[in-house]
Design a protein around this ligand. Structure first.
Ligand code: DUC
Ligand code: ZN
Ligand code: ZN
Ligand code: ZN
Length: 476
C-alpha cells in the first residue's frame, strides 16, 4: 500500500477552516490531504470525528526541583503520558537554571531526565534565574542558536525574581538573538507586603494566597514588563494571564502596536478564588493554589472575551503538578504549609484536561469557534515557539501529529481516570462534552480511548526555529 496510515471520513479542522477529507501518512509525515486517498497498511475510520492537529501544550513543568523539599508529581514519563491521553502530541516544559550554576549544565540535566522517557515530542523553554555576564554574554546566545529559542523570566519568587535592570538586560539579549521572552508578571514586593500583612492578621489559610497574589500586583507587573519590552524593542509573551486587569494592560499595548503576546490557562476560565476556600476556609483549598491565582466571575468573562478577540493567542495548561498528600512533607499538605499559605507549593496539574475543558466550555457552549480552539491550542503555540509548520498544522509535509476528537462524547473528569502523577485533580467532577479518542504522533497511535499504546521514548526532542513573533509572518 502506498501509505502507512490512512484516516478516512473525518472532518479536518485547522486554525482557519474545516472540511471533509482523508489524510494519508507515510514515514511519519502527512503525504496527502484529499477527498479520497489510496489504500494504506493501517486504516482508521474517523467518521463522526474531528481530525485536529495534535495539541501543543506550550507551558508545562515536569521534574523541576523545588528548594523547599516538596516534590513535583510528574517526571517526563508520567507528564507526557498524561499529555498524550489529553490529546497532546508536543509539550514544552522548562529547563530551569538553578542560581549559581551554569545554564548550559542545567539544560543538559533536563535532557538526561527526558531521554527515553517521553510519550509526546518535547522541547524546552529556558528559565533564566541568574543573568550573570557569562550567561547573558555567552551561554544564552549559544543556546538560542542551538534551538532553545524562548525563555522565561520571573518578576516574583525569592529564588527566581529578577530586578528591573536584570529584566532589561535579558530582554536585550532576546532582541539581539531573536528569542521570545516569556514573563511571569507578578510584583514581588507587593506580594511580600500583602503576605506579611495577612499573616499578621492571622489570615493563614490557603485561601489568602489569592489575596496575597493580588490582581493589582499582576496588573502592575504586566505593565512594567510591557514598558521594558517597549524600551528594549523586543516582543514579549505574558504568560498565565489571570484576569481583567492585567488583560487590559495587554490590550492597551496591543492597540498601540506593541509586540505584546499573551497566554491564558484553564484555571482562569473555570476556577475562581472561592475554590481556594476549600470546604470551609480549610486546607482543601490548597488543591487550587497556583500563581497567579484564579480570580472572579468578572475576570472569567473578560478572559473569554480575550480568547475570542485575539488578545490571547495561546491557551496552555501551566501544568505544575504537586501531590496533595505526598509522602512525609513532600505534598501541598506539609507541616509548614499548615502554618501559612506562603508555604503551599504554587501549581496545579492540568496537562490532560486542558483541551477537554476549553473544548467543552468554549466550543460546545458556543463561546469560541472550532477554528479558534485549534489556533489557541496548537497552531499559534507552534508559530510563536518556532515549531510551525512541522507542528501545529495539517499540511502535506508536516509531521503526522493528529488528534481524533469525539465532539459528542460526554465525560466527567475524575482523578481515577487521569494518567498524571498527582493524587488529585482540581477539576474533579467537572462535566465535559467532547473528548480526545485517539492521539497520533508522527503517524503512530500513542493513546487510544484512554489506553496508552506506545512505549516511553516514542517522543523525541524538537529543536526549534525562530518565533513568528519575531519574523514577519502573523499568527491567527
Ligand atoms: N508560575 C508558573 O508558570 N507555573 C507555576 C507557578 C508559577 O509561579
Ligand atoms: Zn499518496
Ligand atoms: Zn509563572
Ligand atoms: Zn508555569
Amino acid at each position: 500500500a502506498p501509505h502507512d496510515l490512512a484516516i478516512r471520513g473525518g472532518t479536518i479542522v485547522t486554525a482557519s477552516d474545516r472540511f471533509r477529507a482523508d489524510i494519508g501518512v507515510r514515514g511519519g509525515r502527512i503525504t496527502d490531504i484529499a477527498v479520497s486517498i489510496e489504500g494504506a497498511q493501517e486504516e482508521i475510520d474517523a467518521t463522526g470525528l474531528l481530525v485536529l492537529p495534535g495539541g501543543i501544550d506550550a507551558h508545562v513543568h515536569l521534574a523541576q526541583p523545588t528548594s523547599d523539599g516538596t516534590v513535583m508529581a510528574d517526571d517526563f514519563e508520567s507528564g507526557t503520558r498524561s499529555a498524550a491521553a489529553g490529546g497532546n502530541t508536543t509539550v514544552l516544559p522548562f529547563a530551569m537554571q538553578v542560581k549559581g550554576t551554569s545554564l548550559r549544565d542545567c539544560v543538559t540535566a533536563y535532557h538526561a531526565k527526558a531521554e527515553g522517557k517521553c510519550y509526546t515530542d518535547v522541547s524546552f523553554h529556558l528559565i533564566i534565574s541568574d543573568p550573570t555576564p557569562q550567561v547573558l554574554g555567552q551561554e544564552l546566545p549559544a543556546l538560542v542558536r542551538d534551538g532553545y529559542t524562548s525563555f522565561k523570566v520571573f518578576m516574583t519568587y525569592d529564588d527566581l525574581v529578577l530586578n528591573d535592570a536584570e529584566l532589561l538586560a535579558v530582554f536585550d539579549v532576546a532582541r539581539r538573538e531573536k528569542a521570545l521572552v516569556m514573563v511571569h508578571a507578578e510584583g514581588h514586593d507587593a506580594i511580600k507586603y500583602m503576605t506579611a500583612r495577612l499573616e499578621s492578621e492571622g489570615k493563614t489559610a490557603p485561601y489568602y494566597h489569592a489575596e496575597a497574589h493580588h490582581q493589582v500586583a499582576e496588573r502592575e507587573a504586566t505593565h512594567r514588563a510591557i514598558s521594558h519590552a517597549q524600551l528594549t524593542d523586543v516582543p514579549v509573551m505574558i504568560v498565565h494571564v489571570s484576569g481583567r486587569d492585567p488583560m487590559e494592560q495587554i490590550q492597551w499595548a496591543q492597540k498601540r502596536g506593541m509586540k505584546v503576546h499573551a497566554e491564558t490557562c484553564p484555571q482562569y476560565i473555570v476556577l475562581t478564588r472561592d475554590d481556594l476556600k476549600g470546604l470551609n476556609m480549610d486546607f482543601e483549598g490548597a488543591k487550587y493554589v497556583c500563581s497567579p491565582p484564579p480570580r472572579d466571575t468578572d475576570s472569567q468573562a473578560a478572559i473569554w472575551e480575550g480568547l475570542r478577540d485575539g488578545t490571547f493567542e495561546v491557551f496552555s495548561s501551566d501544568h505544575c503538578p504537586f501531590y496533595y498528600e505526598g509522602s512525609g512533607d513532600t505534598g501541598k499538605d506539609n507541616s509548614r504549609a499548615r502554618t501559612s499559605f506562603r508555604w503551599v507549593p504554587n501549581g496545579i496539574p492540568g496537562v490532560e484536561t486542558r483541551l477537554p475543558i476549553l473544548f467543552s466550555e468554549g466550543v460546545s457552549k458556543g463561546r469560541i469557534t472550532l477554528e479558534r480552539f485549534v489556533a489557541l491550542t496548537s497552531t499559534n503555540p507552534a508559530k510563536l515557539y518556532g515549531l510551525y509548520p512541522q507542528k501545529g498544522a495539517l499540511l502535506v509535509g508536516a509531521d503526522a501529529d493528529i488528534t481524533l476528537w469525539d465532539p459528542t462524547k460526554v465525560a466527567t473528569i475524575k482523578q481515577a481516570d487521569l494518567h498524571h502523577g498527582s493524587d488529585y485533580t482540581p477539576y474533579e467532577g467537572m462535566q465535559i462534552t467532547g473528548w480526545p479518542v485517539r492521539t497520533i504522533l508522527r503517524g503512530q497511535t500513542i493513546v487510544q480511548d484512554g489506553e496508552v499504546m506506545a512505549d516511553p521514548g516514542t517522543g523525541r526532542y524538537q529543536t526549534r526555529g525562530t518565533s513568528e513573533a519575531i519574523g514577519r509572518a502573523g499568527v491567527s
